[in-house]
Design a protein around this ligand. Sequence first.
Ligand code: IFM
Length: 471
Amino acid sequence: MANDASAVSDAPSSAVSNSPLADPFSPPADSSLWRKNFLLGAATASYQIEGAVDEDGRLPSIWDTFSATPGKVLAGDTGAVACDHYHRWEADIDMLASLGLEGYRLSIAWPRVMDAAGRPNRKGLDFYKRLLNRLKEKGITSFVTLYHWDLPQHLEDRGGWLNRDTAYRFADYADLMSRELAGTVDAWATLNEPWCSAYLGYGNGHHAPGLANDRFATQAMHHLLLAHGLAIPVLRGNDPASQKGIVANIGRGTANSDSAADQRAAHLFEVQHNAWILDPLLKGEYPQDLFELWPGTEPLVLDGDMQTIAAPLDFLGINYYFRTNVASDGAHGFRDVPLEGVERTQMGWEVYPDGLRDLLTGFKKTYRNLPPVYITENGMASDDKVIDGHVDDAQRISFLKRHLAAVDQAIKAGVDVRGYFLWSLMDNFEWAFGYERRFGVVHVDYSTQKRTVKRSAELVAKFLKERKARV
Ligand code: IFM
């Protein structure tokens, strides 16, 4: 384990430098990114950065249990200390502000703020109150996600997302949070990436709680979406001035050949990755093709559920990372066919910015009621090293520039994209891959907790400074 909570914290090592190097990031003059109302921020999530898992009454989450299970997380890493953000939050917010980032997307740890009987945990709540108040003081727009995968373990012990009751417990949690935090949150997202919670958590076991059954995945998804739908009116009632939405991770599937079978395979890939979530939210129905792909997995849906799930949204958060090239599996599904000779990240994910543009423009055609979109996550992992106090993350700089250009193309094609959050503000616990994969625009040395601003963050900051200075 590369963590040491007792190590002394250092301030970020770098202010924004005036490097004489040519700027490989700055968007072209006609880019929509120069619009001052295009929000540019960074994102994190509770379990990935906070640490302090036993402090101030926080209860165990499914990720504490999962990461403590041998073989589940690379190198046996856990979120016990992570970036120690629970103790270093003030310096981290100062760092965010010093970079000129205008938005911060964070998540709340459900097991930190509510006890098993549903009563508030004041100490946990105070942590988020202090943090959100500080963001307000700094003029940083806050996007708060209620559920970024750290389900209280006591709810998993009662069936987790396979138990319909969890959706109602989530609505209680949303009620408590929006009563307590009303006025400090600019935008609420109910769930982060229900695809990951349902499929990776219950469908293939790669994530907590580690179950592997397609039927479980579809039922878990239904309860997650129901939880979302139940929470939306609660959030509206308690905190009317804020925006309400949800965050979906979307995937581009391309066909390995022009054959009808491979084209169908690519369609099915996107059905299970995108339509499985977006159709219920925006059309009030599940895509029937899903059950061709996974026969016999129709979830139990009660009367009224689909109307609840399709509650109108103020925004849709989109997380995009890569594409998957697929071919027919010869039966009713698809198989991955990784392309040779393409650019990949430390995760092995293909760098494919066009996928983001194509998905966004496609959604605009498919969903007539597509709400305003925020890119709530985009970024890449690289094996970044601090050399002489600097991190030159050239691939990330190029990645960000190309993906922001794809967003601009989507905007010019008529998609209402209002902002973009870098994933992530800092290196953090990358779930089943532990601390090896570095997604941050700020480097974290886990043995000292020293933060070092990477070159990518310096360039984003430089751009934001220039944009601000424009008349
Ligand atoms: O780190 C994750 C994040 O928690 C959710 N979206 C994808 C990121 C990179 O895998």
